[in-house]
Design a protein around this ligand. Structure first.
Ligand SMILES: O=P(O)(O)OC[C@H]1O[C@H](OP(=O)(O)OP(=O)(O)O)[C@H](O)[C@@H]1O
Ligand SMILES: Nc1nc2[nH]cnc2c(=O)[nH]1
Length: 184
């Protein structure tokens, strides 16, 4: 019996279905960018930090960088809580380097599942003195849970299954996939 982390990556494609095509993901990213642009224009902020939650947020953050037409600085943090497909305690391995005091911080992540990670990152940004904190996720999982927060901008709602692609991994693989798939 091969452990999941030792399965060949092609296995995960064979054991999954497409839930959003690359075209649907791109359309969702356009909508996220437009909504964020509008929110930031409304705030009239001149000090914007796009804060990528590594590693899953990398895909959306990269796509947003090319679409947001306003001056922004980029930073990242790493706070992980999933090993394989199960969530545990959050472990921080990297804090942002920029001083977030008085900044409008846009937290960018791939998925809001139970909401524990995003809630902790929002708390961190407020504690660091951010003036405004906005949250943007590529996906939110429709799991019926009471979540500790809602994201300000959500690209797509995904089913209550383990999903991967567009930043999200399956045992470390396929973050680079331009579509979103769910394990069967
Ligand atoms: O809403 P939650 O239940 O807290 O889950 C969401 C978090 O889970 C994933 O991170 P993970 O710990 O897998 O790290 P990764 O970004 O490196 O994949 C994802 O990137 C989110 O940050
Ligand atoms: N890749 C991935 N990461 C997650 N983190 C929380 N839920 C998920 C999920 O369904 N897929």
């Amino acid at each position: 019996m091969v452990a999941p982390q030792d399965q060949p990556p092609a296995q995960w494609l064979a054991q999954s279905q497409v839930v959003f095509t690359a075209q649907a993901v791109n359309a969702a990213i356009e909508r996220v960018a437009l909504q964020l642009q509008q929110r930031m224009q409304d705030l009239a902020s001149e000090s914007i930090v796009l804060l990528c939650v590594m590693r899953g947020g990398l895909y959306l953050a990269g796509q947003l960088m090319a679409r947001l037409n306003l001056p922004a600085r980029i930073d990242y943090l790493q706070a992980n809580r999933y090993h394989g497909t199960a969530g545990h305690e959050i472990v921080w391995s990297k804090q942002p380097e920029l001083d977030l005091r008085d900044q409008t911080v846009v937290i960018v992540d791939d998925i809001l599942d139970e909401g524990i990670t995003l809630a902790e990152v929002v708390r961190f940004c407020h504690a660091a003195g951010a003036r405004h904190v906005l949250t943007a996720v590529l996906t939110e999982k429709d799991n019926g849970l009471q979540k500790p927060l809602q994201a300000d901008v959500v690209g797509l709602v995904v089913p209550n299954r383990y999903v991967f692609g567009c930043g999200m991994d399956v045992y470390g693989w396929w973050r680079n996939l331009p579509e979103i798939r769910a394990l069967i």
